[in-house]
Design a protein around this ligand. Structure first.
Ligand SMILES: Cc1ncc(COP(=O)(O)O)c(C=O)c1O
Length: 451
């Protein structure tokens, strides 16, 4: 490793960081992380903290999961790469597909299409949804509906169904035929409705209304996160996703569950769809599928969708889509080992218990600090606090204050993530009660300093 002076001096000079203004990265150079172990990361100065971000919602099993590291190393020796485009495959991807089929059986998902990450998975699902309808002779079904506040990655398709202007405006025009309905976000919504169940019903009515307006026969799919993540952790009322499922089925619209962060235990259930008792038609996964150790993803496909493709005799079902790294053998080996560990450690159980502890602790902080306008969580290890400058008017907080909370929390032992007005927590699912207390105490110090 280069010495820390070199790293600090050159930091951000030759790199453009995702989701940052290039000049801001020059003015405020990012924290240089040089090591990690368990649920802790260490920076270039040797400062060690609990990672309240879990890498980026992906390092569910922590940074020291040896079986995954061993599987990656062994696979690099055995077969570091081979394509699975038509005509060839590899042993690891076959094994993984069988394991994923078993894992996702309760979700009704029986085939896998592999990708290199979450945005790829979203793009794949959107494309397969359109193709599904074309195969069935309903080629006019090309439109997509999604939730405002939703996050679906950054490819052109994903950005088009994204529900946040920050990821859209500078890249417009986006894909035509994408429409958005209000999210079941009780803190702020156009209906001024604070009751979660009532709000869920209003959002479902908005979906029905949009479908009627567009014409059901023109809509290919509705895409949603079971619990909205990057948009600020917005758990809907339990009636919402089942309601969406019912409406989609009634109108012949496919339901795509974007589970890039919720699959594999984060919500306290094995998948977000299962958390709400819903079977989607397509499910996007990535991130924790390899514990973040290798870029990899899979779109899981429902049996009836798979059959439509597999029984086609017109040729329309030939898949003109795929990535050089689809089914990468090293990714597949990592995913196999990761799935085994995830099951062995029964991570949803700890996610649920520690998630409840974290959520309760954050509600305690809200009682103490006026700037915490809203606390969201209560479903596994995904929580957010929305900060405001005035709780009565819900006026927005300035960047400096929220930055100070983050910085002081870091100095006091926890890495937390700031996204717009939200502090988002998505720690590894294997953290302990003490680790949660470290995060809460660090945040307390951060709020104290910024108040
Ligand atoms: C729900 C959801 N979908 C898609 C993505 C995009 O994934 P990636 O950044 O791996 O492309 C993310 C990333 O956070 C996500 O949270």
């Amino acid at each position: 490793m280069k010495d820390s002076n070199f790293l600090k001096e050159m930091n951000a000079k030759s790199v453009w960081h995702p989701m940052a203004h290039p000049a801001d990265s020059h003015a405020n150079p990012p924290t240089i992380v040089t090591g990690a172990s368990g649920v802790r990361i260490k920076d270039v100065d040797g400062h060690e903290v609990v990672d309240g971000v879990g890498g980026l919602w992906n390092v569910n099993l922590g940074f020291s999961c040896q079986p995954i590291k061993d599987a990656i190393a062994a696979q690099l020796d055995a077969l570091p790469y081979y394509s699975i485009f038509r005509g060839t495959t590899n042993d690891k991807v076959i094994q993984l597909s069988e394991e994923l089929r078993k894992f996702f059986e309760p979700d009704g998902l029986t085939r896998a299409f592999y990708t290199s990450g979450g945005s790829d998975s979203v793009e794949t699902a959107l494309r397969l949804a359109r193709q599904y309808h074309k195969i069935r002779g309903e080629g006019a079904r090309t439109k997509f509906i999604s939730l405002k506040k939703g996050y679906h990655g950054t490819h052109m398709g994903g950005a088009s169904v994204n529900g946040n202007a920050n990821f859209r405006t500078q890249y417009e025009p986006l894909l035509p035929g994408c429409f958005h309905i209000p999210a079941p976000y009780t803190y702020r919504n156009p209906f001024n409705e604070t009751d979660p169940e009532q709000l869920a019903q209003l959002c479902l009515q908005a979906l029905e209304d949009e479908i009627a307006f567009q014409g059901a026969g023109t809509v290919a799919a509705f895409i949603m996160e079971p619990i909205l993540g990057a948009g600020g952790v917005i758990p809907p009322h339990e009636s919402f996703m089942p309601g969406v499922r019912e409406i989609c089925s009634k109108h012949g619209i496919l339901l795509i569950a974007d589970e890039v962060i919720t699959a594999f235990g984060r919500t306290g259930s094995w998948t977000g769809s299962r958390h709400w008792g819903v079977q989607p038609d397509l499910m996007c996964t990535a991130k924790a599928i390899t514990n973040g150790y290798f870029p990899f993803g899979a779109v899981m496909i429902a049996e009836h969708v798979a059959e439509t493709f597999e029984k086609d005799e017109t040729g329309k079902a030939a898949i003109g889509h795929g990535y050089t790294y689809s089914g990468h053998p090293v990714g597949a080996a990592a995913a196999l080992a990761c799935l085994e560990e995830t099951l062995k450690q029964n991570v949803p159980e700890n996610a649920s218990a520690r998630g409840a502890q974290l959520h309760e602790g954050l509600l305690g902080l809200q009682n103490k600090y006026d700037m915490i306008g809203d606390v969201r969580g209560g479903h596994g290890l995904m929580c957010a606090m929305e900060l405001v400058s005035d709780p009565a008017s819900k006026a927005s907080i300035d960047k400096k204050t929220i930055g100070q909370v983050q910085e002081v929390a870091y100095q006091n032992g926890a890495m937390v993530r700031v996204s717009g007005p939200n502090i988002i927590l998505s720690p590894p699912l294997v953290l302990t009660e003490d680790d949660v207390n470290v995060i809460l105490a660090a945040l307390d110090a951060g709020f104290e300093a910024a108040s």
